[in-house]
Design a protein around this ligand. Sequence first.
Ligand code: FES
Ligand SMILES: [Fe+2]
Length: 381
Amino acid sequence: MPDDYGCLPNEAYTDPAYFEQERRTVLSSTWQFAGRASAVPDPGDMLPTSVAATPVFLVRQRSGEIAAFYNVCPHRGAKVLPKPCKSAKTIICPYHTWSYNLDGTLRRRPHFDGADNHDVARDDDGVERPSLWRVRAEVFMDWVFLNLDGNAEPLSTQLQPLVDKLEGYDFANCVYGGELTFDVRTNWKLAHENFLDILHKIGIHPELQKSSPIQTNVRYEWLSDDLAISHHTVEEPFEGRGEGLPGLPGFPESMRRLGLSAHIYPNANLQLWDGQLTLFSCTPLAPDHTIETFSVYFAEEAMGEQHRAHRDAVFEMWRHLNEQDIEPLIWMQEARNIPVFNGGSFSPYWDEMIAKYVEKLKTDTRGFISSMTQAAGSERS
Ligand code: FES
Ligand SMILES: [Fe+2]
């Protein structure tokens, strides 16, 4: 590991100004997981969600495509979609009932020019009306990712090295099995770093260390600037990994006893075993507040009633492992308020992945130096 690799300072995990800088830079310039395509299966289905601590919503179009918009009304800034909605014909802002077509164009402004004097949009009336603000969306498998600044390389390009690595693994034929969410008082980076931290299983997850010891772990390997994978060997059967379930479609024979973990920069992670595939994402809400989502998929043949107990075991495993993780995540968040600690120190072997990850974050937050750091620097000089 290069000598100049260093941890992020405490304030990167606590300072609202740093968080704001992240929202404007790395969280806007990358693909952020927003929700499942299967959560909006029919035209007019809509789902409010959040990326980069910014309210957005997804709308299934009549064409089948999924569109995303900022969840803000161009009139007075109310939330146009406070709750999920099924099979809507239009999007109606609840505050003054302006309505929009599913493509975000304005349709009707009741009483706009006085009581009972409505503004109704017609194609040929030549009036310029505000539309909802669209956000760039791309779907991979069942996952809708958004890119707020619109300039990221295509998501499919980012993920292609993983698709190549999996030798034709059939992502499209996995079936959604369920979801777990956790509301955690920690910074989004700590939650993501925890998934890159292989070593903590010896302290926090003894059952994982028993079934797939760190001695079998191959460290993360970067496939590109924003994608890395690692794997371990499942030495002892562990039901929650998907044991007993029909295998996933196209799973490479060479990987039947392996568990694969893929880091999708900056805050998503794919976990893959023979019997299950899980997307883990960390949605930042505030410097010390993150929503973790586990979206779990199985082979279609695993969805029958006779496999229910094995599927339940997978959710139980994720719930249990995550409950084991949450307390350390809170400890590490609290540590960022202890002045003698400033980011920690890395193991040159196991923490190399986290070190590289935070180096990239430093670059992508454009060398943010907060007023606290500047003040400390000027005191020293
Ligand atoms: S704020 Fe949406 S209609 Fe007024
Ligand atoms: Fe863990």
